[in-house]
Write a protein that binds this ligand. Structure first.
Ligand SMILES: [Zn+2]
Ligand SMILES: [Zn+2]
Length: 247
């Protein structure tokens, strides 16, 4: 199979470098656009082969385009990942030491929580315990806004979660750093933060909310896929990818 990197691949990569992360629909559109612009043949269902060709050239640079799921919507995303630096220090060109310390503390809160969330109150409280240099309340709030803007955190109604970009890029770091705490989804085997948990104490498996929706769809009685106990949580709806035609 051809692993040649052409102008269409370069165009795709440049846009990935500018965006950092892109959803599946966006990646498909960009794939088509990149091929059309450079008059190369566009095979819609060969997006992953197209990306593999780019990845084979990125490997010596310790870069990779990786695919991952949004814990919120269940949709697939592609992120450009620096494989050489998988920990928080990769952010050190954009953030000061005390800001990174607060981000690490926020990760501690999120990973240590049952539901994969940290409240703004808890994060503000942990800002008082910084050892590098204290942050004022207003500085912490400003920092949280920046972290959301730069797509490291997501925020909904004052609660913060790890963003899809953060999970895809920092998965190796999170797995090493929090090996006793972090659990994987029983269905998709990716690390799981926002999820449902089996209530049987000897089982306790985790399943992402979108994976719950897909797994239990059409099943008469929801039972845990591991221990077969009744699954007592509300089953969310499967969310469809946003259509390009709907604006
Ligand atoms: Zn899952
Ligand atoms: Zn169970």
């Amino acid at each position: 199979m051809s692993r040649q990197m052409g102008d269409s691949h370069r165009r795709f990569l440049q846009t990935m470098m500018a965006n950092g992360i892109i959803d599946e629909q966006g990646a498909k559109t960009l794939h088509q656009y990149s091929c059309d612009t450079h008059s190369t043949q566009h095979v819609p269902d060969k997006l992953d082969d197209f990306i593999d060709a780019i990845n084979s050239k990125l490997q010596p640079l310790f870069m990779q385009i990786r695919k991952g799921m949004s814990e919120d919507s269940g949709h697939q995303f592609y992120a450009l990942v620096d494989m050489a630096e998988t920990d928080v220090t990769r952010m050190s060109s954009d953030y000061a030491d005390n800001e990174l310390e607060l981000f690490r503390k926020t990760m501690d809160l999120i990973v240590g929580s049952e539901n994969g969330k940290a409240s703004s109150t808890d994060i503000l409280n942990s800002a008082d315990t910084l050892t590098t240099k204290k942050l004022k309340k207003s500085e912490t709030e400003h920092l949280l806004n920046r972290l959301v803007h730069d797509k490291w955190l997501s925020e909904k109604r004052g609660e913060y979660t790890l963003s899809t970009r953060c999970i895809i890029e920092m998965e190796p770091y999170i797995r090493t750093m929090y090996q006793d705490q972090v659990k994987v989804c029983h269905i998709c085997h990716n690390i799981a933060f926002q999820c449902q948990i089996c209530e049987k104490p000897t089982c306790g498996i985790k399943i992402h909310n979108p994976c719950v929706a897909r797994y239990f769809k059409g099943r008469a009685e929801p039972r845990c896929p591991a221990c077969e106990d009744f699954w007592p949580h509300e089953i969310p709806e499967v969310r469809r990818p946003q259509s390009q035609s709907r604006r």
